[in-house]
Design a binder for this molecule. Structure first.
Ligand SMILES: Cc1cc2nc3c(=O)[nH]c(=O)nc-3n(C[C@H](O)[C@H](O)[C@H](O)COP(=O)(O)OP(=O)(O)OC[C@H]3O[C@@H](n4cnc5c(N)ncnc54)[C@H](O)[C@@H]3O)c2cc1C
Length: 381
């Protein structure tokens, strides 16, 4: 039986995969997205902050409005020391424009908004369609799915996340993710709402953990904690009572609302920060990895999703403007590798260190360079 044919098949309909589908569609390419999950993913428990650069990238392929209808705006940040003394307070990012403001939303809300936009744009999104292998030939690549069906395309984009199978297809020797040195906890509560300014996120550099909290317009406290310690053996919601007690006890040493917020929270998500410090091979002739599959950073910089949105724009522009696909993939990697590796290093520096993070070399591209790379109308350099 002949399988389906398209120009690009994307494995993974999460954040990077849906963003790439929308950007490639805008560039005039025919795309099919194959997502392993049988329906829109459930709530994994974590929330994300989308930074102004990520929102700007979303705007290039018409998805900023859809995403800005989910979650809420963050327009300022405040940093406290362990005694609750404010060290700094400032506006965040490009806060003047509602479509480039930092945004706070749950992972599941973001994925649902992007998947709905993919469907609204008439792009085919197949759920329960896990990629199991790929056959690369001179004139195309065939994606083989768990249900036995196939999709043949000019390009297979692996957007299958941190534990990517596509990464292994390109390079069977590729190293997997490593533990980045911190346990990460997330929770939501209406039972304890600290004094707050609308749209403000407060970060605490505490004695035992870094802590962040903000209050949604509905009056729910969203919080996270990052604690330097050995990796957790079990991750997921509802950590053991001992783990929860240890977290609260560590936070209790500080004169901030953190311990009371944690104590008032019902379900808590506990996970390990992981990253991919070096992925040697991002593409073969007809297979490319993007998003966390290629360049996962630990969560500290809060840039993973924004990097995936930038990937989508640069990939679409490279395929739109290059003479051939091979040149496009090279150009894409040339622009995206330095920026994403810098983010991984910056996040690792914030994750592993106790005390102030070490100084990093200057960022590889200026803000103006990045703005040009992302601007839809400007050809890539
Ligand atoms: C605790 C935590 C906190 C974070 N906080 C932030 C933050 O504040 N801000 C931020 O920008 N980023 C944050 N990140 C990072 C962000 O979540 C990731 O960078 C982002 O999810 C990457 O998107 P992705 O699409 O590459 O991968 P994923 O979101 O993991 O999506 C991968 C998709 O591929 C699918 N899939 C997997 N295998 C297959 C297959 N074989 N076939 C088909 N489909 C498949 C999966 O079902 C999934 O839908 C955080 C990450 C963590 C772990």
């Amino acid at each position: 039986m002949a399988g389906q044919k398209t120009q690009v098949v994307i494995a993974g309909g999460g954040i990077a995969g849906t963003a790439a589908a929308l950007a490639l569609h805008r560039a005039g390419l025919e795309v099919v997205v194959c997502e392993a999950h049988p329906r829109t993913a459930g709530d994994l428990g974590a929330f994300l902050t989308l930074a102004s650069n990520g929102m700007r990238a979303l705007g290039q392929f018409g998805a900023a409005e859809a995403v800005s209808r989910a979650g809420f705006d963050l327009t300022s940040m405040s940093a406290l020391d362990e005694n609750g003394t404010e060290l700094v307070s400032r506006p965040m990012g490009e806060h003047e424009d509602p479509l480039t403001r930092f945004r706070c939303l749950r992972w599941s809300e973001l994925t649902a908004a992007l998947q709905a936009e993919v469907v609204a744009q008439g792009i085919e999104l197949r759920h329960g369609a896990a990629l199991v292998s790929a056959r690369e030939e001179a004139d195309g690549v065939t994606a083989e799915l768990a249900d036995g069906s196939t999709v043949t395309a000019q390009l297979l984009v692996g957007a299958d996340g941190l534990n990517s199978g596509v990464r292994q297809m390109i390079d069977p020797g590729a190293a997997g993710p490593r533990y980045a040195g911190q346990r990460v906890f997330y929770g939501y509560t209406k039972e304890f709402v600290p004094p707050s300014v609308p749209g403000r996120i407060t970060m605490v550099r505490g004695r035992a953990a870094n802590f962040g909290y903000t209050v949604s317009p509905e009056g729910q406290t969203y919080w996270f904690a990052r604690q330097t310690a050995d990796a957790l053996e079990h991750v997921g919601t509802e950590p053991s009572p001992q783990l929860r007690a240890e977290l609260a006890e560590g936070l209790r040493q500080d004169r901030t609302p953190a311990a009371d917020i944690v104590a008032a929270t019902g379900g808590i998500l506990a996970t390990n920060a992981r990253d991919l410090p070096q992925v040697e091979k991002w593409h073969s002739e007809r297979i490319l990895i993007i998003g966390d599959a290629a360049h996962a950073a630990s969560p500290a910089t809060g840039q993973g999703a924004s990097m995936a949105f930038e990937d989508a724009v640069v990939l679409a522009k490279a395929l739109r403007d290059s003479e051939n696909q091979s040149d496009a993939l090279k150009e894409y990697e040339q622009l995206r590798r330095p920026r994403t590796e810098y983010n991984i290093a910056a996040s690792a520096a914030m994750t592993g260190a106790s005390g102030p993070p070490p100084k990093l070399p200057p960022a590889p591209f200026s803000d103006e360079d990045v703005a040009r790379q992302l601007d839809w109308e400007t050809p890539l350099p």
